[in-house]
Ligand binder design. Sequence first.
Ligand code: CP3
Length: 351
Amino acid sequence: MSTLHQPRQRLIRICEGLPVDSTPIWFMRQAGRYLEEYRRLRQRYSMLELCQTPELAAEVTLQPIKRFDLDAAIIFADILLPLQALGVPFYFAKGEGPVLEKPIQTPQDVERLHTTDAEERLTFVYDAIRLVRQSLDEKIALIGFAGAPFTVASYMIEGGHSRHFAKTKLFMHEQPEAWNSLMTKLSTVTLRYLQRQVEAGAQVVQLFDSWVGTLGRYDYRTFVMPHSAAIFAGLRDAGVPSIHFGTGTSTFLDLMKEAGGAVIGVDWRVDLDEVWKRLGDTTILQGNLDPVTMLGSRQTVSQAVRRVLEQVKGRPHIFNLGHGILPETPPENVETAIQQVRSWPEIGKQI
Ligand code: CP3
């Protein structure tokens, strides 16, 4: 790295091992229903209309940035958008989440996916990224993202959200060749999609493997890890840091780290202290406040934030929740959490 290269964004600086004056902070799902300005827009447009109209997606992306002192904006999109590009239509049902009209059930369904140039059918995402970059303060990093192959495959096979992921796990075990083909297709398209986001101006990318924690270690290593690893290997030339996020992953965080990502995202079920002991003190960790604490009093929020920060002890850390912000979260609590992070005295020692 050239000494002339001095990125201004704290998030990028942490990823490059450079000193920071405050812990970088952003919130997963920071644009969304807990903000009244988002809810107002949603009265006029569906979730998919917001995502597919670059001006609206850019506006929503910037809503939390206008309110709060955040270190990153995350482009407003959804991990399921590539499904439509692959020829698998879905919609968001009110109160139920995503619903697929024709879930993947057979090897033939996998064969039929429209993978050729699928990323070209997602140009509205790249356009939104370009628009956000035009008006984003240069101190704030813009994060692009995609769903990881396992999490996306689980929606494709289950047809929506699932508790036990039974169809997904049985497909994986009983039709390993079709599973491998599906995961290979998803990793190929996801890599190209993320590369295009970087070309459009994303400065960091996050791979969301939100539901991979449903798997045991053997299954993760055998059926998932090579495909996520292929994405991170492909991103090495992209010139931007990547964040590898999952929940419920405490039993295979070492494998996730091996699969790739400059930063490992963890949920609240693990102690950061413990994870650093296992993965090494130089591992950059992101997380891991329990989103439920954000529903409490100001004091509850402060105390919970402090408990996360106390474990850091000078190690590289990006403050975030352990999973997405809940729609019931009072925006004042986001403010409180940010203030607590900004006023934390320890960070000075890193400079
Ligand atoms: O973080 C951000 O601010 C960027 C926007 C973002 C959304 N989805 C917008 C959204 C991001 C990063 C995602 C990722 C996503 N989408 C994940 C991985 C992250 C996670 O939370 O685990 C997953 C699993 C999805 C799939 C998805 N999208 C589900 C299950 C649902 C319905 C459940 C819900 O929360 O309502 C969505 C809808 C969705 N994606 C909303 C938003 C703001 C709510 C849409 C609305 O009704 O306004």
